[in-house]
Write a protein that binds this ligand. Structure first.
Ligand SMILES: C[S@@+](CC[C@H](N)C(=O)[O-])C[C@H]1O[C@@H](n2cnc3c(N)ncnc32)[C@H](O)[C@@H]1O
Length: 333
């Protein structure tokens, strides 16, 4: 995917005048700190204006792409959900609101909670370029989530790549507060690592215990069947701009952002028969699919002889819904 033109224009404006060399050094430093593990309530990972600029150059495109896919999955599951307002916490430069604006034109008002003053400043500069009014007129609350007693209610609530920056106790508390603030739909996105997935799985249990319905990616509300060190995650490919490539010192024109997420809603979502949870493996004469379904995890092998079903299987991508009801006649499961 590509970033929307208004977001690209904003990034060019905010980052265009900065020294490429300094940006690259900050990006390297930042990625070293993120690889060492999220803050979990200790020192903030973003510590300077250079850090924030580097975040915009190398992380925002990837987190935008991940949140965008998570929201698209939720949108497909809840076609009648038309949020008019969004609360985004740990908003950074407002990434999740940019992705939401590209998903729902119904959003009229946004509130962001973010503790880093420089993130807010650059997020506001980015938003000056936004085509969507609610991004330009957003209400930015400069606050530390750990000290907020309650969060203002909104139709759509998002928290992307922030839960892992809090201590474990603060994570559970935040998930509870986020659900309380949710009128319609809550979407949590974390890195697609075992640790990121563990946080999502824990939030999933907490939300189900609070009466939430699961809209995506899960096709059921039973216990999560992932086991044996495996983890549920998805990937979104995002095009790298020239600035992105320069800042990262990368040659490839794209990168794949891996992420885990959960979308929980007040209303029951449309039922689905299964979710493709890995890249489908197309071999000569068959396609192998790994599926999470109401009955648990299973593999399906769809042979060329199955005609329409085989053609449909060849078109499926990681994260897609399974377009048929039951396993085929030759499936081993
Ligand atoms: C990894 S960035 C994610 C930003 C954005 N959500 C995205 O997906 O691009 C995490 C953001 O959460 C903010 N943050 C971390 N802990 C916070 C806290 N306790 N209260 C408010 N904001 C916090 C950081 O300042 C940073 O901007």
């Amino acid at each position: 995917m590509q970033l929307p033109p208004d977001l690209k224009a904003g990034l060019d404006d905010v980052l265009g005048a900065l020294s490429a060399g300094r940006l690259k050094a900050s990006a390297l430093d930042l990625s070293r700190r993120y690889r060492a593990g999220p803050g979990q309530g200790r020192l903030p990972l973003l510590q300077s204006t250079q850090d924030v600029s580097a975040y915009l150059a190398v992380r925002l495109p990837a987190t935008y792409a991940a949140v965008h896919q998570a929201l698209r999955q939720a949108f497909a599951a809840l076609p009648d959900c038309l949020p008019a307002s969004q609360l985004d916490v740990g908003a950074g430069p407002g990434t999740a609101a940019w992705a939401a604006a590209a998903t729902w034109s119904s959003i009229e008002a946004c509130t962001f909670v973010e503790r880093d003053a420089e993130m807010i400043r650059l997020g506001q500069r980015l938003a000056e370029h936004a085509a969507a009014d609610p991004l330009r007129t957003a209400n930015w609350l400069a606050a530390d989530l750990a000290h907020m007693r309650e969060l203002p209610s909104h139709d759509l609530v998002t928290a992307a790549y922030v839960v892992g920056e809090l201590s474990e106790v603060a994570q559970d508390r935040l998930v509870g507060q986020l659900w309380q603030a949710t009128e319609d739909l809550l979407v949590l996105v974390e890195p697609g690592t075992p640790a990121g997935f563990a946080r999502i799985r824990r939030a999933r249990s907490q939300l189900l215990a609070s009466g939430a319905h699961l809209a995506a990616p899960c096709p059921h509300e039973l216990a999560c069947p992932m086991a044996g060190g495996d983890w549920c995650h998805f990937a979104q490919r995002v095009e790298r701009s020239a600035l992105h490539r320069r800042t990262k010192g990368a040659e490839l024109g794209h990168e794949d952002e891996k992420f885990s997420f959960i979308a929980a809603s007040r209303q029951a979502a449309l039922p689905i028969t299964g979710r493709i949870i890995r890249h489908p493996q197309a071999r000569s004469g068959h396609v192998r699919l790994e599926i999470c379904g109401p009955e648990g995890l299973r593999n399906e092998v769809v042979a060329r002889s199955e005609g329409a079903r085989y053609r449909a299987a060849k078109g499926l991508t990681w994260g897609a819904q399974l377009p048929w009801l039951s396993p085929g006649p030759d499936d081993p499961s």
